[in-house]
Design a protein around this ligand. Sequence first.
Ligand SMILES: [Zn+2]
Length: 371
Amino acid sequence: MNGPGYSSICRLLFLLFIAVPLRGQEHFNVTFRLDFASVDALLEFSEGRIANVDRVASLRGNQIAAATSALLAREPYSRERFAQELERFRNGATAARDMFGLSSAIRFRNEIRTLSQESKKRALERRVMATIAPFFPEKARLNAVIPVYFVAMGNENAAAFVRSIVWRDDVPYFVGEGEGELTVVMNLTRSVEYIRDVQVQFIDMMSTLAHESFHAVFGLYQQQQPVWQQISSRPEPHWILAELVQNEGIAYLISLQQRSGAQLSAGQLSSSKQSVADLNAALNELASPQLTRERARDLIMNSNLSGSYEKNYGASAGVLMAYAIDAKLGRKALTETLELGPADFFSKYQQLAKQFGELPQFEAAVIALFR
Ligand SMILES: [Zn+2]
């Protein structure tokens, strides 16, 4: 019983035992600062329980949501204009154009309030962090507090988003990544519009929050990694698109995991396969000498902001690529792509596509762009 075999098994068990908490990523110290003040105030304001417009307009979540809505509508933004719209909204005016997306807050007031209360009492942070942490390399050292603002307004094309922000005199300035504080904004309206059951709404909201949190934490991780610094220092359009494909692909895989156990539906699978062909064509075009700035901008914008899974070719190709790597090579291989960058993400996928006929391949010349 005391032979070498026994003691090495004991040692192995001991190592496994102590390895468990360590594998839980001791260096992953990311927490949220959850802020519900904006959603609560807008609901109270809509019921006449808050009279002061400026109090609602100056809350940080509302300010970020309003400024971002103006940006997406390609309109100039000022806090005065936002306060005027709030005033009109309180007086029941149905705006011809609801630029700030305020009307849903009245229409779904009770549902939003119930979801907000549910979100405050459930262990939101623990659940979201437990979901995203395994997607980062074990040795990643991440320490951050990410502000998350819950709102009940905003542009219909952005249910949730991440922005880098510097605050001066309580006014947000939107800056490049690496300069400000990466901040998540969640519009609760979007989870109650089409779903009735509050538990299902909660899961929908949480999966969106996990998706956005992945972007925020990945943004922090990229700032520390030489390969990503190199990419951001030479922002050629095909590298920008490749980064987007990888970043969105993994973020959508995370949403998918929270909603449906990481299974792509048959419809999603066939759209994603078509998207790989579209992405292949787009990357070729982006690397061509005839490319214009306008065309580059359109190709990159359309890859993720076209409004549907089928049309967002970059995101939907990315999710198939991430899904294939995760399912066939394992989670460790997927997290390795975060460390090594898009070249590794594309080449791991291509290697699988050569091996498994059901996965569409990229042209060799496209893969070679990332060498
Ligand atoms: Zn995203």
